[in-house]
Design a protein. Structure first.
Length: 387
């Protein structure tokens, strides 16, 4: 049911509505290299295929999960041959955030020379996951989760289509049930169509109760961009904070098995190591940083054991919020008092004028003299204690 023309592409009107840049660029056959950023099932891959059809290009689809530098070299050789024949090459890299820095860098010269037009798709924020050099050579288009109205149109199209859909199946379903499927799909067309297909295979008449049964049975309820995402990461944090490593490993598995990026989890645990463990066990931050690096180097599924090790360690070690609460108190003073001046004795004096203005005067150099009574705060905060 993947649409093959823009007329059948529902949703993303802010990108593909009348007089919008992307729609005009496709119509004029003048598309730039681009990054399509948005949640799963919002139409990124579909639009890439439509662009390839509309612009009459050699379309090459790579998955960053299964492809590497060797595959890219083969693609570039094909693209260079196409260029000599005046055939444009579009390279679509799905989940481009899964490629490491060297793999992303390998694309740069070919994008710059125009050997390829790159279309990258990602569910992760490009600012963090795409190299800045590559990002500067592409245009980012932001996809939103599909609205219920768009999902209703997609479901109706599947019900009517006799070639690829359920048009010959004589499926009975009312409008309320169609909208119910759309509502439960959380903006994801893939979930909507999968739910519809499974229901249709079981019964000719699809009811809301059947939809509920199918959704509960087939889906791990974990929307990376929705409420359940935050519920589960909260459960992970609180399990570890409470010292329950078993529950922590369970919530970790819930996220990873549902497709969460391990880098996101590692980033949250690195923060936890400083915020909740902190000075009670300084090694926790060292371990968390090592696990973060391991996740970057080897990815899933291999790094699941590194994350499990870290969760168990963090759950069982001592906890302290000293560093966290100290910073919060200092932050409050910064907001309340504004830009307080640095005491003169703490200022550097690299020029004669600064020395004449008493910059650095009477500063006590700790390794050589007693500085126990030296004040390091601005006058307004003298003697302040944050921990």
């Amino acid at each position: 049911m993947r649409p093959k023309q823009l007329e059948d592409f529902f949703g993303q009107d802010e990108l593909l509505g009348e007089n919008k840049f992307l729609k005009d660029a496709i119509g004029k056959n003048e598309i730039p290299s681009m990054i399509l950023w948005g949640p799963p099932g919002s139409g990124k891959t579909t639009l890439a295929h439509i662009i390839a059809e509309k612009t009459d290009s050699d379309f090459i689809h790579l998955s960053a999960v299964t492809s590497g530098i060797k595959d890219l070299k083969t693609v570039i050789e094909r693209a260079e041959q196409n260029k000599r024949l005046r055939i444009r090459t579009i390279v679509f890299v799905d989940e481009i955030h899964r490629w490491n820095k060297s793999q992303q860098d390998a694309l740069l010269p070919h994008v710059e020379k125009g050997t390829i037009i790159l279309i990258g798709a990602t569910t992760e924020n490009p600012s963090f996951e795409i190299n800045s050099a590559l990002l500067s050579r592409t245009k980012v288009f932001v996809f939103n989760s599909l609205s219920e109205d768009a999902l209703v149109k997609i479901i109706n199209r599947a019900l009517k289509d006799k070639k690829n859909g359920l048009g010959d199946e004589k499926v009975k379903i009312d409008k309320d049930t169609i909208r119910f499927i759309a509502h439960l799909s959380n903006g994801d067309a893939r979930i909507a169509l999968n739910t519809l297909e499974i229901c249709a295979k079981q019964k000719i008449e699809i009811t809301q109760s059947l939809v509920k049964e199918v959704v509960q049975r087939t889906n791990l309820m974990y929307d990376k961009n929705g409420e359940e995402h935050y519920n589960i990461i909260s459960a992970l944090h609180k399990s570890i904070r409470g010292g329950d490593g078993n529950a922590g490993v369970y919530w970790l598995a819930r996220m990873l098995e549902a497709g969460e990026d391990p880098i996101y989890v590692a980033r949250r645990l690195l923060r936890f190591a400083a915020e909740d463990v902190g000075v009670a066990d300084n090694f926790a931050t060292v371990l968390a940083n090592s696990v973060f690096d391991a996740c970057k180097k080897i990815g899933m599924p291999e790094c699941n054991v590194h994350l499990s090790q870290l969760v168990i360690y963090l759950a069982n070690t001592k906890k302290s919020i000293t560093a966290y609460s100290a910073y919060k108190k200092a932050q409050k003073d910064v907001q309340e008092y504004g830009n307080l001046g640095v005491p003169l004795h703490l200022r550097n004096a690299p020029t004669k004028l600064m020395k004449d203005l008493d910059y650095g005067k009477d500063y006590k150099y700790t390794p050589l003299e007693d500085s126990s009574n030296q004040e390091y705060f601005p006058e307004e905060l003298k003697g302040k204690k944050y921990f």
